[in-house]
Design a protein around this ligand. Sequence first.
Ligand code: UDP
Length: 580
Amino acid sequence: MNLPEERKNDMAISENARAVLEKRYLIRDEKGEPTETVEELFHRVANAIAAADASFDPKADVAATARCFYDMMTGLDFLPNSPTLMNAGRPLGQLSACFVLPVGDSMEEIFDAIKNAALIHKSGGGTGFSFSRLRPRGSTVNSTGGVASGPISFMKVFNAATEAVKQGGTRRGANMGILRVDHPDILDFITCKNDTKEITNFNISVGITEKFMQAVENGGSYELVDPASHKVTGTLSAREVFDKIVSSAWQTGEPGIIFLDRLNRDNPCPQQGEIESTNPCGEQPLLPYEACNLGSINLVTHLKEEDGRWVLDKDKLTTTIRNAVHFLDNVIEVNKYPLPEIDAMTRSTRKIGLGVMGFADMLLYMGIPYNSDQGVAMAREVMELVNTIGHEESQALAQVRGAFPLFSESTYRNGKPLRNATVTTIAPTGTLSIIAGVSSGVEPVFAYAYIRNVMDNTHLIETNQILKNVLVSRGLYSDALMRQIVEQGSLAHVDGIPEDIKRVFVCAHDVSPIWHVKMQAAFQAYTDNAVSKTVNFPNSATKEEVAEVYTLAYKLGCKGTTIYRDGSRDEQVLNIGKVN
Ligand code: UDP
């Protein structure tokens, strides 16, 4: 069915954003034709999420809340994670992006986890697993007298299942695989993605302990422990293992590292067990069977002009934060969870993850370089506000709706009741930032100009709009100049661009790895969960530089880190374009 003209509306989103929404998010009929418009999608989501208000107050003005949510989304002030946009108000009704599933050391438990992951992937969610409880390769299997194949061989089975489900789902199934640094199979794990293409649907991270980091610093060794027998199976030099992690990450971008003891230091409900894993992109630590829904505020629409300069509109931001927390808490209420265990766990902690996107674009408008103390100070200011107001709103909701059920056993129990065990998370916003037309998450702008292939082999130069406006206003804009920016991948060495513009319009590769980490740490300081961030390195970077970043991430209080050295993987998603 083709939609009649009058139902195609005029929301202020780019052609590109509309194309993404139309391709992946709109409801379709059996023939694959969309049966809703983009505007109808946002009405569907707003109505479904607002409806939760009625379960707390039969007299609630649900229509007014729906209007508020609709305006917040279509104004591109806030967007919930993709599964909410895809599935709210529809029979599937699975609205969360992040899940963690336990993997126990038995055939039943391993294959239960695979089945459960398949159900989650089908609904657009991503799954994280720790494989640390599996007995090491070569140990005995009691029932058969055979030999265990170990965590890595089972990861390949998880990977194959993901690959198969991918064909039918709405979005690529994504997994996080974690192994503790003291698991006897750790050395195989560190290089497991280098030697095989059988684990491509996983991001992998080594679960690092404080003990291990101290041993790295002191040049000491540490013990490997068999998780099944609890016996020490050997010792390794911490420095050698650290160097192997660094070397593999330098080569392929993986493994990342996560600091397990930090995740557990901030575990609000330790009586429920240990946090062993995060979601696929690392920003959301969760207990086994816990899910979390994320949402991101677009900072660009929270700027106002004052005396000819762009400044943060804190009043508007405060309003959006409050409405966004209300929205995300409602999501938990109307969410249809894929398993009863997930339903029970998620409703008992009620974690939400509110974050930001368009941070780098905001700095461009303000004339602040990303790689500067002022840029880092801005990160702290913005995120402190999101975190403080976010918690205030969660407390306000608790007064009306009650605290999260595990509040009285949580680490918050001596303070004011909270509706949500966590409130803030910085997501990558891979799709959301395209819909909003802004820089993703808290990453710097990747490239200011690139080549887009359109049909019949013509190439178009796409230019960052903020840069274009500045160049046009100063009479500097020309096709030839943009071509140079495309060719060089950065403004830094392009003749004819004034220094003041070069200083502000820095791209990911102009930002030294140290500044990437400082920025991540600034956001982490005001985030309950974690921060999605990739530290970019040029192809020429050395292993020592990678080691320095891993160490700095530890020292500055990050919960983990992921690096990427340009050109180190065959299929690089974003390429700095060259004009043919
Ligand atoms: N995610 C996933 N598959 C994907 C992209 C994302 O499962 O192809 C999950 C994953 O848990 C990730 C989270 O969604 O960490 C948030 O990713 P992002 O912010 O990029 O999602 P968006 O809402 O922008 O689509």
